[in-house]
Design a protein around this ligand. Structure first.
Ligand code: URA
Length: 207
C-alpha cells in the first residue's frame, strides 16, 4: 500500500512514481500510472506498459495505443474524455506477462484509481484486467458481454494488441467498443436487468 492514503489521482500518481513494491521498480524507466480525465465515466484497463509507455510515462503510447485511439474514435469517444490505466504501472522486462505477485503488489493502486475516478463503465482490455473482476470465466466466452461488478458495468474486450497480431479480431473489437455508447446512454437508467451479475470471486489467473 502507499505510505499514506492519497485523496486525489495526482497524489496517487506521485505515490506510484516512488513505488518499489516489486522488482519491476529495478528495471523500469518511468512509471505509467494512468492518463486521461480524472472524472471520466469510462475507465479502460489494459495489461502493463510496453517500451513506448516506459519511455513516455503514458499508457497505450505505441501501436496498440493507435489502434485503441481508432476504436474509441469509431465509437465517437474522445480519448481525452476517458481514463486509461493498466493492471501494472511498470513495464515487465521483455514485455513478458504480468506475474501474480506483481498484480497483487499493484492492486491497491488500481483499486484506489477505480474509487477516485468512480466510473460507471470499465472496459477491460485483455484477459488480465478481466480476471481482476471475473477470474472464473474466460475472456473468449465473455467478450462483449456486460456484467455488473459493485455497481459498475464491466465490458470485457480483446486486447487491442491481439488484433495487431491477429487482424481477424479487429471487427470483434470494433463491435464490442460500439457497446460503450449504449452503456453510457443507459447510465441514468438504474435497471441492470440486461446485465449478468457475478460474484466477485478470488483472483485466479491459472484457470
Ligand atoms: N500499452 C499499455 O499501456 N498497456 C497495454 O496493455 C499494452 C500496451
Amino acid at each position: 500500500m502507499p505510505n499514506f492514503e492519497p485523496n486525489t489521482i495526482s497524489e496517487l500518481e506521485i505515490n506510484i512514481s516512488q513505488c518499489t513494491k516489486c522488482d519491476l521498480a529495478k528495471t523500469r524507466n518511468l512509471t505509467v500510472p494512468g492518463d486521461g480525465n480524472y472524472n471520466a465515466n469510462i475507465m479502460l484497463i489494459g495489461e502493463a506498459p510496453g517500451s513506448n509507455e516506459d519511455k513516455t510515462g503514458k499508457p497505450f503510447a505505441g501501436r496498440a495505443g493507435s489502434l485503441l485511439d481508432e476504436l474509441l474514435m469509431r465509437s465517437g469517444i474522445e480519448r481525452s474524455k476517458v481514463y486509461i490505466t493498466n493492471m501494472l504501472k511498470c513495464r515487465p522486462p521483455s514485455n513478458r506477462d504480468p506475474q501474480l505477485s506483481e498484480i497483487s503488489a499493484c492492486q491497491p493502486y488500481l483499486d484506489l484509481q477505480i474509487s477516485l475516478v468512480d466510473p460507471s463503465v470499465i472496459v477491460t482490455l485483455g484477459r488480465f484486467s478481466f480476471a481482476k473482476f471475473f477470474p472464473q470465466v474466460t475472456l473468449s466466452e465473455s467478450r462483449g458481454i456486460v456484467r455488473d461488478w459493485k455497481g459498475i458495468k464491466i465490458l470485457p474486450v480483446y486486447h487491442p494488441a491481439a488484433a495487431l497480431y491477429n487482424p481477424s479480431l479487429k471487427p470483434k473489437l470494433i463491435q464490442d467498443f460500439q457497446k460503450i455508447t449504449t452503456l453510457l446512454a443507459e447510465k441514468d437508467n438504474t435497471s441492470l436487468s440486461n446485465i449478468q451479475t457475478q460474484p466477485n470471486t478470488q483472483l485466479n489467473l491459472f484457470e
